[in-house]
Write a protein that binds this ligand. Structure first.
Ligand code: 5AD
Ligand code: SF4
Ligand code: FES
Length: 367
């Protein structure tokens, strides 16, 4: 007979409760976990398929005005040599992504807010659209901005925005950030982005100090509440020059647990949200060489190959042991291609790869 705690019973349900999610997130026996991943994979197959979409990631600057306690490029980390890629370098990377058939690029940077920067990005968006005959999709991951900035970038041609909530628990949020970083402002930004019409991506870090499986279950419910189209999340990995670095003790001792928790979070999110896009992030690969493939096997369907010029990669280390610091865009491409094919999946070249969730939402709005 199945016990109350067996994942079979939970996985057979049509709708999961917070308690169910927390239970799935705490599975730690091999068999239970495999059942969870298999169920998530079946749901992924049914709702989004097994074609992986590439988003070429351009880390255009490591300058940041913020001071998140966990992040290696926080403003107060004076050891970081700051950079800003030139327009020409960014356009070159975008062009490469387009030539290679990547559906879109992600422009990511630390948080900078001033009018010169707003115009710089706006101009870049126009130029990327121009060089690709309007074909290359543009995702922004440039932090919290005022509504008018989001609107200008959207009008210029960016149609997706990634802004992680980091944790949906406001108390934990307050512990991870200085007082000036406001949880409500972050939520408001996500709402504004959705209202403007962006395809909204959000996510959390998994395995943060003080985070419980109940809080992670709440995070999944939060993704649903704000009607996210894309989820990008990965394990929290300490960076040695940050205030949070020591909180988890010797990280090597818990690395495997942290990795498995991240995979369970991807699987539980896939099962709960079904038709969204979920990224298999670089941080997974930082903990396990096969991390990104295993992320796909646990329910993710998006990969963001790094296309940042190798000379800048060392400057963009949000956490320790970030992979691919010495590789270039074409090496990452070949490497990821091989990894994806090795698990029997295909790559959606020359396709935008918006989530079915987003398409459905747009139809709903138009009606
Ligand atoms: N470990 C894992 N992810 C991190 N990020 C920042 N610092 C870390 C870390 N130490 C993530 C945050 C941010 C994204 C750009 O990188 O979630 O939103
Ligand atoms: Fe800046 Fe983002 Fe790092 Fe926070 S997580 S310090 S906003 S780059
Ligand atoms: Fe960069 Fe493997 S993903 S070399």
């Amino acid at each position: 007979m199945l016990s109350e705690a067996s994942p079979d019973k939970i996985l057979a349900k049509d709708r999961l409760t917070k308690k169910d999610l927390a239970h799935l997130l705490s599975l730690n026996d091999k068999q239970g976990m495999q059942q969870l991943f298999d169920k998530a994979y079946a749901i992924k197959k049914k709702y989004v398929g097994t074609t992986v979409y590439f988003r070429g990631l351009i880390e255009l600057s490591n300058i940041c005005e913020k001071n998140c306690y966990y992040c290696g490029i926080r403003k107060e980390n004076r050891k970081v040599e700051r950079y800003m890629m030139s327009e020409e370098e960014i356009l070159q990377a975008a062009n490469e992504a387009w030539q290679w058939g990547y559906g879109s690029v992600v422009l990511q940077a630390g948080e900078i807010s001033n009018s010169r920067y707003t115009s710089f990005i706006e101009n870049l968006i126009h130029k990327i659209k121009e060089l690709s005959n309007g074909e290359l999709g543009i995702t922004l991951s440039l932090g919290e901005q005022v509504e008018n900035t989001y609107k200008r970038w959207y009008a210029a041609g960016a149609h997706r925005y990634l802004l992680r909530i980091e944790t949906s628990d406001r108390k934990l949020y307050a512990l991870l950030h200085p007082e000036s970083h406001n949880y409500d402002s972050r939520v408001e930004c996500l709402q504004i982005l959705g209202d403007i019409g962006y395809y909204v991506g959000t996510g959390v870090m998994i395995g943060l100090p003080g985070q419980t499986v109940e809080r992670l279950a709440d995070d999944i419910m939060f993704f649903k509440r704000i009607d996210a189209d894309m989820i990008g999340m990965g394990p929290y990995i300490p960076h040695h020059d940050t205030p949070l670095a020591c909180c988890l003790g010797n990280f090597d001792d818990i690395k495997q647990d942290q990795f498995e928790l991240a995979l369970r979070m991807i699987a539980a999110t896939r099962i709960f949200l079904r038709d969204v896009n979920i990224a298999s992030t670089t941080a997974l690969q930082a903990l396990d060489d096969s991390g990104r493939e295993l992320g796909l096997k646990a329910g993710a369907n998006i990969i963001m190959p790094n296309i940042t010029d190798t000379i800048y990669r060392r400057g963009y280390q949000l956490y320790d042991n970030k992979p691919c610091l010495d590789e270039n865009a074409s090496m990452c491409r070949a490497c990821l291609e091989g990894r994806i094919l090795s698990i029997g999946e295909t790559i959606g070249y020359n396709k935008p790869g918006d989530s079915p969730h987003y398409d459905r939402k747009r139809t709903r709005v138009r009606k």
